[in-house]
Design a protein around this ligand. Structure first.
Ligand SMILES: NC(=O)c1ccc[n+]([C@@H]2O[C@H](COP(=O)([O-])OP(=O)(O)OC[C@H]3O[C@@H](n4cnc5c(N)ncnc54)[C@H](O)[C@@H]3O)[C@@H](O)[C@H]2O)c1
Length: 264
């Protein structure tokens, strides 16, 4: 299983991190590369993607970077073309980009709603539109859409736009999984629970009075294991779903939450 993605090419969106440390996209990119895949690290923030490239190159893996805003059709077409230009094929699309503009109905502006839907949901639709025809022509491919347990449960900090966008990600996953099941393409969603990532520290600290320590204690205490998960937990599942070991898994919503949803 060590190099089970040898010869495959993976596009990872949001492959950098919004802050110091390893986020979900960065962890998945590193683990895909460790499994032998060549990785195109896509990010709006080129320097963040370059940091991932450096880490992968430092381990002897293969990674190239590409700057794009995946909420635009042109950006997504550019991702597909860049990957073909650099590596000649696309076997894995890891749709990881997601933002959270937290708040209930009163706090969520129309602009925040629209931006959330464009970045979290439309990006995955557009990237599938750009890349699935390429996978279809190759006769195989795997798509992994990063959703959230917030798509199926209400979390302590309300986030109406985020939750609705992630529920859309699940529905998109199901629809496309059926549409492409007989064409050699598998499409699954990962639903992370509370993970301790740079994304969480950047997006949610405000909701906890600006105190990271307080937020960490609160979130750890909500987890049945007593600890939030790590980005690596999401990344390891992504490698499994991308591999042939998961050849009969499509249209699934796989929860990685240390049992948290069972309590909700
Ligand atoms: N951390 C958690 O607790 C948790 C829980 C559930 C789901 N998730 C999901 O995990 C994913 C985030 O993972 P992460 O830790 O890699 O996030 P992150 O916030 O660290 O973002 C990764 C990268 O995405 C880039 N990005 C943002 N908008 C972009 C755009 N429009 N186009 C291209 N790149 C863009 C950022 O520049 C950043 O470098 C999201 O989909 C999020 O909803 C996280």
């Amino acid at each position: 299983m060590e190099r089970e993605l040898e010869g495959r090419v993976a596009v990872v969106t949001g492959a950098g991190s919004v802050g110091e440390g390893v986020g979900n996209g960065k962890a998945a990119a590193i683990l895909f590369a460790r499994a032998g895949a060549k990785v195109l690290a896509v990010d709006l923030n080129l320097e963040a993607a370059r940091e991932t490239e450096r880490l992968i190159a430092g381990e002897g893996g293969t990674c190239a970077v590409h700057q794009a805003d995946v909420s635009s059709a042109a950006g997504c077409q550019g991702v597909a073309q860049a990957c073909l230009d650099r590596f000649g094929r696309i076997d894995i699309l890891h749709n990881n980009v997601g933002i959270e503009l937290a708040g209930g109905l009163a706090e969520t502006s129309e602009a925040a709603w629209d931006r959330t839907m464009a970045v979290n949901l439309k990006s995955m639709f557009l990237l599938c539109k750009a890349i699935l025809p390429i996978m279809e022509a190759q006769g195989s491919g795997v798509v992994i859409n990063v959703s959230s347990i917030n798509s199926i449960r209400v979390l302590p900090a309300l986030s109406v736009a985020y939750a609705a966008s992630k529920a859309g990600v699940n529905a998109l996953t199901r629809e496309l999984a059926i549409e492409y099941a007989a064409r050699g393409i598998r499409i699954n969603a990962i639903l992370p629970g509370m993970m301790n990532t740079p994304f969480v520290r950047a997006a949610l600290t405000q909701a906890y009075g600006g105190d990271i320590g307080e937020m960490t204690r609160f979130r750890d205490a909500r987890c049945p294991t007593g600890k939030q998960g790590e980005s690596w937990d999401v990344g390891h599942l992504a490698v499994f779903l991308a591999s042939d070991r998961a050849k009969y898994i499509t249209g699934a919503e796989v929860v990685v939450d240390g049992g948290q949803t069972l309590r909700m």
